[in-house]
Structures are given as structure tokens and as C-alpha cells.
Design a protein around this ligand. Structure first.
Ligand SMILES: [Zn+2]
Length: 843
């Protein structure tokens, strides 16, 4: 009886299984059109992946790993043989053990373990063919009649992310579908090839997610990379599109290579490239390799996997936002979405095929790589020591968060380490001696992610060739503004310091909150929004045995009577939420310095902040500020279209932010004068990057620095050209993002919370003359220290120039910030300066 029941059940399951498989539809059957003849909205792509998963339960596991800012689901589909899918978690664990990354320290199985291939589609939303291709890929892998792919999946787990950037993709696709006619129009001048601002390339906050792998400032990256680091695939492909007249591009990549990339990683790129080439040759399709797309900046979808021990690659198809369903190429052919999707589909299968054929070698090299990292480290520097200098604890915590997000191991030393060491002193740019004390951070190169450690920490990243598509300097001590040393010695921390929970005292009179970093700024944002009036000190003072520096926030009952006795609970709760130390004071009479009633202590309320945005404004820069307010300091901001600037009643706002861009209203007297009147009446302007040059043109008190050889400086609108819609096809000349040491006047509120220097990321050559009637807060002098690449002609010009300044106009102020201090929101050390400009300057 029992036997019969079992047999029956088995027969029933078999029947269901074959029935279920019979239901699996191709993309064309499911969508009702051939892939590439329409753009598929994201929800329909999700439906198709759900359909495949529901009808291939033995070979597909679908997982939602997150949601986007606009609420769209982020998916991963794991596709493999039924045997592998059944033990997916133990395959993952084994893979982590191969990389020496598991906590259980169990020995991995190398022989017979499957290789992991991860395919990431559509990171740039308007490079939309690859998500279409993802549907073809998953169908080819699950179609029961496909014996080729079935063979590959025996030793391969394929992880498919059908769309990394659904918000950007739908912005593009919804727009395109709304403007295309009954038939597509291949003429490039037709409106369907002219995507409106800000374009679908970026995510909700106008962020380029293909620059965000390391920094993870964006929600999509944070959720995805957590998964990525749990899997650590051997092969990763990032799908893109480039100009419509280009052929296809695949690995091997171009120089410059970062020297953390191993010979095996280079070699296998060639193996993959040759397999792709075989299929392209068979079809007579054109392609190129070894040009344009370099492997240097660590935060791309190819370098990040490479620096994590995998074979990371970018594949580029001709296409992008201008191509639509079909567009005429220069040489007369029509580039169609059908072909674009087919090409990406072809390289997808080819990559899986060649990885499967080389699975054993891929795994043994992978194992070798991680074993070598743990036993030998990577590079000349074996230890990076980040000093716990006074006032740096918030930046230290932010740096620690970044390392955690990237799976990089570090220790905070609980005690002093015996002895002294020699190493490269980041702060003076040459070797020096140092010691390791309690609270210092120690990062060793002897760890699985040694390549990433080297790429992120080394003072001067080395490249073989100087032409790259991106910034050349991102060394973390400069990004975070930390004193640090890089040492060839192997140094261990003296015990590991545990984090401390702050206990805040009660007060009857008032509190002081030192202005020491972004955590303070976030708390100030919350206090202001609750309607609390704050004060800040222009001069240092001492009270109750504590010393407070300029910018310290003082919270008193005066001006806050409305809160009655509830005031202190509100303040304490906010400080507790951020684990911030409050100092209680008992009197307005200070031991040293100016009393709280002095004119040297200024009160300020929550400013009403507006940001100019829209067409003619650099979308990256505007998006950065938008995201900064909403995601970083959680403070309200009004976005105003720059084209409406002539109609705005400026009196509705206290602070106006102008990101890099072109502002017509500054060139018209009838709109410029009311704007200047608003400033004179107390309005505060924060001009960023090329907006500074715009104000210079409009007769404000700042002048561009004249080129010494007399040639005209054409960099004024550089941002628009460089960062709006550029693919990695633009080499930015002689200043591809380098780090310069800036002298700061830290007695001015714009530089409160800083030492007397700042490391700026210089993205272009724009510099200004010292202001005669203004505050020259940040200047470069002769021989400023440099990291990264600077063209030799430009080097001469980099002296005696203003980068950050403040001009008083009547009761208002204009803050000039010529560099991108919020760069991709990862330039941590610039963020406080931006908060100074918004909250303190002019009060
Ligand atoms: Zn792209």
C-alpha cells in the first residue's frame, strides 16, 4: 500500500514536471513579439523571469534582492543543473571557502565544484538592449530541448541580474514608447532619438551606477554588492552600449591596467575574447578588443570583480539612448534593437560556454589567487595605518563602514603597539616614522581582498599608460581626510577595540556639540527640522575643563522657550540616535574665549534650501546635491528648474545651490538684478564647479585665473561636456581627476571642522584669482602636493589660485566652490565643507 502510494506520487510528480516544462514559453511567445521589436518595460521583464522560474523549478531559483528608489524589484536568477540548484547554498559556501572568506575555516572542495558566472545587464538604463538579451539568455539556459546549455550547466552556476538599474531603464523605455510612431523612424534627427534631460543612463538620483561599486552610495549598489560579495563569482560581465556607429567591444581590455590585475586574469580575458570572436566571425559581425575600455578606476563593473579575484569584463554594443528601435548608421546600415539584443545574447552564451569548458582551471587559479593574497599580500606596502587623530573619529567610522561594505578586513587597535615603524606619510608625501596607538586603524595586505586593499589605499596608483576614462586618484586617506602611513612592515594591532555606546549627561543650562564631522551635521539637520534654534561659535572656547573648536554647536534655552522643559529630551534623543557625545555646560560665562552672549556666537535656524536643476544643468552634479540632502543628511530641499529661475520669488528661500551648468537668468539684466537684490537682503548662494565661472561672467567678485601663456581657458563648461551623457569614450585631457593639497583658512566658517589643509579632487583646470574683496578660504600655492595624473603643462598653472572662497554682498553671501567637493558622494572629506556652506556661512 505504502509502496503503491509512493509510486503513484512519483508518477504524478513526473507528469507535473513534464507538464510544467511544456508550459515554458520563449520570450517571443510570452511577450507576443520578437525580442527587440519593442522595448519591454521592466515589469514585463520581471513577469517573464517569474514565468521562467515557475516553469523551471528544478533549474532556476529566482530571488528578489532589493528594490530601487522608485520601488521596482531587483532580481537575481540562479540557473544551473537540477543537482546544483538543489545544493545552491552549499555551492555558495564552498566558493567562499575557496576564496578564504568563510568564517567557519572549513576546507573547500575544489575538484568538481561548479564555476560561478554572473551576468549583469543594463546598468546604464538607456543602454537598453541587454535587458532584452537577458530574456533570451535565461530561456536558452532553461529550454529543455537545448542540449548544449544543459551540458554547460552541469559544472556552471549562472547568476543573471536582468536589470541593475530598473528606474533608469524605465525612464528611457517609457519615454521612448511614448514618442515612437507606428513604425520606428531611423533618421537620427527624429525626436525618438533625442532623449530628454536627464536621460535614462543614471538611477533615480542621476547617479551613474557603473561608478558606484566601491562607494555604494546608492541603494541599488548597496543591495547588489552585498549579494555579490556573498557569491564572489569567477567570471562577471557588465553589459553596456556605446556610440551608434561603433562595432561591438569585448575583452581583452585596453591599457592602462592597474597593476593588481594578475597575468591569469589577463590571459583568461583573451580566452573569452577569442570564443566571442568565433561567433562574431561566423555571423560576419564587426568587433574590437584591447582599445578604449581600461581597467584602472576600481569602482566599475569590470574592475571591481577583477580586484575581487574574478574575471571582470565590460561588453559594449553599439546603441544607447539615441538608437531606439532602429537608427541609420553613418555607413548606411540600420542598427536595430533586434541585432543589439542578439549580439549581447551571443556573448552571454559564449561566455558561459568557455567558462564551463575551463571550469577546473578557473577554480584552481581562483584558489591559487586567494591563497597567495593571504600568504603573500599584494604590493610593496603590507600594512596601512590610519591614525586616530583628534577630531577624526567620525571620518574613521565612515571609513570603517566603507571597508565593511566591501568585505575588507581591518582592526582598530585597543592598545599601543610596541616600537616605531617607517612608511609613506600621506600627509607630507614622503617617507617618515610613525607609531601605532590605541584607536588607530590597521589594514593588512595579507587578506583575501588584498588587491582591493592595494587599489584603494596605495598613495599613488600605478598605471601602465596615462590615458584613462576616469579619475586617477582615490586613495582613501585623502578621500576621508585622514592622517595615514603605508608601511612595508607587517604590523598587527594590539588587541581589537570594541565600539563604545555614548552616555549623554543631563543638563539644566545647555549643551555643546563639537562640529567634527558628518554625524554631527546629520544630528544638526534633525535638530533644525524640529524647529530648534542653534548657535555656533566663531572662536574656540573652554568651559568646564573641555576645549571646543570653532564651529562647535551650542544649544540653549534662549530662543527655544517654546519647547519648555522638553527641549533637553529632544536634544538628547537626537544625539543618542547618532551615538554622539553631548557636553553639558552650566553657564554662559566661559572659562576661556567669548561668552555665549557675545557677537562671536551666532544663532541660526533651519534654512529653506533650493537647488537649481533641469536642462542646461549638469545632471550628475545636480543629482549629487539632491541625493546628498535626501539620502545623506535627510534635510528637505526644493528642486527648481533652472528655466523657471526668472519667475521664482527668491524670498521663499534662504539658500540657493547652483550646481555646474549654464544659467541663462544670469545673462539677462531683468532676471539678474532681482537675484542680486535677494542676495543683498540676506540670501545665500552656494555656487559649485562651472557655476562659479557663470557668476564670474555675471559680474560677481570672482575672476577666472588667466592662463600664463595667454591662451584662453576653455574649461568653464567642462562639466557639461564631461559628465552629462558621456560613455567611457571621453578622455578628459590633461586633468583626469587628481588630488591636490589645498591651504585652508580654517578660521572662516566655510572651513570649520578642518585642519589648515584639505585634499581636493581636481577634475578640470578651472582656477580663480585671489579675491580682493572676499575671503580666500581654500587656495593652492606653489608646489602643492599631488596624487594622480596631471599634464605637465597644467602643472605649471597649479599655483597661487583660489578654489574655495566667500564673498559678502550686502547682508548676503556667495560661496564659491570651484571643485566637486561632493564627487559621486564618495569624497567623504568634502561633505562637511558643503554643510558649512549651507548651514553656517553667512549666519
Ligand atoms: Zn554603459
Amino acid at each position: 500500500m505504502l509502496m503503491n502510494r509512493r509510486t503513484l506520487l512519483f508518477a504524478f510528480l513526473l507528469l507535473t514536471f513534464s507538464f510544467v516544462n511544456a508550459q515554458l514559453k520563449s520570450p517571443e511567445e510570452f511577450l507576443g513579439y520578437k525580442v527587440g521589436t519593442h522595448f519591454t518595460p521592466h515589469w514585463k521583464v520581471v513577469s517573464y523571469f517569474n514565468h521562467v522560474a515557475a516553469n523551471s523549478p528544478a533549474t532556476v531559483k529566482l530571488e528578489q534582492y532589493g528594490t530601487t528608489n522608485e520601488g521596482r524589484p531587483l532580481l537575481l536568477a540562479y540557473v544551473s543543473s537540477p543537482e546544483n540548484i538543489q545544493q545552491l547554498e552549499s555551492i555558495r559556501m564552498n566558493n567562499i571557502r575557496l576564496a578564504n572568506l568563510s568564517r567557519d575555516k572549513m576546507a573547500p572542495t575544489e575538484t568538481g565544484a561548479p564555476v560561478i558566472v554572473w551576468l549583469s545587464y543594463n546598468v546604464h538604463g538607456n543602454e537598453a538592449s541587454s535587458t532584452e538579451a537577458s530574456m533570451l539568455t535565461i530561456y536558452a539556459l532553461t529550454d529543455p530541448s537545448n542540449s548544449r546549455t544543459k551540458e554547460w550547466l552541469k559544472n556552471t552556476v549562472v547568476i543573471i541580474d536582468p536589470c541593475i538599474n530598473p528606474d533608469g531603464r524605465d525612464r528611457y523605455v517609457n519615454w521612448y514608447n511614448s514618442v515612437v510612431g507606428k513604425n520606428y523612424n531611423p533618421q537620427l534627427t527624429a525626436r525618438e532619438h533625442r532623449e530628454p534631460w536627464p536621460g535614462g543612463r543614471t538611477n533615480h538620483y542621476n547617479y551613474d551606477l557603473n561608478r558606484d561599486w566601491v562607494w555604494q552610495t546608492q541603494k541599488e549598489s548597496q543591495q547588489r554588492i552585498k549579494k555579490y560579495l556573498e557569491w564572489m563569482p569567477q567570471v562577471h560581465v557588465d553589459y553596456h552600449e556605446m556610440g551608434i556607429n561603433s562595432p561591438y567591444y569585448f575583452a581583452p581590455a585596453a591599457q592602462p591596467y592597474n597593476d593588481v590585475i594578475t597575468q591569469w586574469q589577463r590571459d583568461f580575458q583573451v580566452t573569452i575574447g577569442k570564443n566571442n570572436a568565433k561567433y562574431f566571425d561566423q555571423n560576419g559581425w564587426l568587433f574590437f578588443t584591447k582599445e578604449e575600455f581600461d581597467l584602472f578606476y576600481p569602482s566599475y563593473g569590470d574592475t571591481y570583480p577583477l580586484y575581487n579575484g574574478g574575471i571582470g569584463m565590460t561588453y559594449e554594443q553599439a546603441g544607447g539612448g539615441a538608437s531606439g528601435l532602429g537608427v541609420l548608421k553613418k555607413e548606411g546600415d540600420t542598427l536595430t534593437l533586434v541585432d543589439r539584443a542578439l549580439h549581447h545574447f551571443t556573448t552571454s552564451l559564449s561566455t558561459i560556454e568557455i567558462s564551463s569548458q575551463n571550469a577546473a582551471k578557473l577554480l584552481s587559479e581562483y584558489r591559487k589567487y586567494f591563497n597567495s593574497n593571504v600568504s603573500n599580500g599584494m604590493g610593496d606596502y603590507k600594512t596601512y595605518v590610519i591614525k586616530n587623530s583628534p577630531g577624526s573619529s567620525q571620518r574613521m567610522n565612515a571609513l570603517a563602514d566603507l571597508l565593511v561594505k566591501n568585505g575588507i578586513q581591518y582592526e582598530i587597535s585597543a592598545g599601543d603597539v610596541k616600537g616605531s615603524f617607517t612608511g609613506y606619510d600621506y600627509n607630507v608625501g614622503k617617507n617618515g616614522t610613525f607609531s601605532v596607538q590605541a584607536g588607530d586603524m590597521v589594514v593588512t595586505s595579507y587578506q583575501p581582498r588584498a588587491a582591493m586593499v592595494k587599489a584603494l589605499f596605495e598613495p599613488q596608483a600605478r598605471m601602465v599608460d596615462s590615458a584613462t576614462y576616469d579619475i586617477t586618484a582615490w586613495s582613501l586617506p585623502y578621500v576621508y581626510g585622514m592622517n595615514a602611513f603605508a608601511s612595508p612592515a607587517k604590523i598587527s594591532a594590539a588587541g581589537i577595540m570594541q565600539p563604545v555606546k555614548v552616555v549623554n549627561p543631563s543638563t539644566g543650562y545647555g549643551y555643546v556639540l563639537p562640529w567634527s564631522g558628518m554625524t554631527t551635521a546629520k544630528a544638526v539637520s534633525q535638530l533644525l527640522q524640529k524647529g530648534i534654534v542653534l548657535r555656533y561659535t566663531l572662536e574656540p572656547f573652554e568651559e568646564g575643563g573641555n576645549k571646543f573648536d570653532r564651529g562647535a554647536i551650542i544649544i540653549l534655552k534662549t530662543s527655544n522657550q517654546a519647547f519648555g522643559n522638553g527641549l533637553w529630551d529632544i536634544v538628547k534623543n537626537v544625539a543618542d540616535d547618532f551615538n554622539l557625545q553631548l557636553y553639558s555646560v552650566n553657564s554662559g560665562f566661559v572659562d576661556k574665549g567669548y561668552d555665549f552672549g557675545s557677537g562671536k556666537v551666532r544663532s541660526f535656524k533651519a534654512p529653506k534650501v533650493a537647488l537649481l536643476t533641469g536642462e542646461s544643468v549638469g545632471s550628475d552634479g545636480a543629482g549629487q546635491v539632491w541625493s546628498f540632502f535626501e539620502e545623506q543628511i535627510d534635510y528637505p530641499i526644493t528642486l527648481i528648474n533652472a528655466n523657471d529661475a526668472g519667475r521664482v520669488n527668491w524670498n521663499d528661500y534662504n539658500v540657493l545651490i547652483l550646481p555646474g551648468g549654464f544659467y541663462r537668468f544670469l545673462n539677462d539684466k531683468s532676471t539678474l538684478e532681482p537675484f542680486k537684490d535677494w542676495i543683498r537682503n540676506g540670501g545665500r548662494v552656494v555656487a559649485l564647479e562651472s557655476a562659479v565661472a557663470q557668476l564670474a561672467n555675471a559680474g560677481f567678485g570672482i575672476q577666472p585665473k588667466k592662463d600664463e601663456d595667454g591662451s584662453k581657458d576653455t574649461s568653464e563648461y567642462g562639466d557639461l561636456k564631461k559628465f552629462d551623457n558621456s560613455e567611457r569614450d571621453y578622455i578628459s585631457g590633461s586633468m583626469p581627476g587628481s588630488i591636490l593639497k589645498v591651504d585652508l583658512d580654517n578660521t572662516h566658517p566655510l572651513a570649520f571642522g578642518y585642519p589648515d589643509y584639505y585634499y581636493t579632487l581636481k577634475l578640470d583646470a578651472s582656477m580663480y584669482e585671489f579675491m580682493k574683496n572676499g575671503w580666500n578660504v581654500g587656495v593652492i600655492k606653489k608646489n602643492s602636493q599631488v596624487s594622480g595624473f596631471v599634464g605637465s603643462r597644467l602643472k605649471q598653472k597649479l599655483k597661487d589660485a583660489l578654489l574655495f572662497g566667500v564673498e559678502n554682498m550686502g547682508r548676503g553671501t556667495v560661496t564659491y566652490i570651484a571643485d566637486d567637493i561632493l564627487f559621486r558622494n564618495f569624497w567623504e572629506n568634502g561633505k562637511l565643507m558643503f554643510c558649512n556652506a549651507v548651514f553656517l556661512v553667512g549666519n
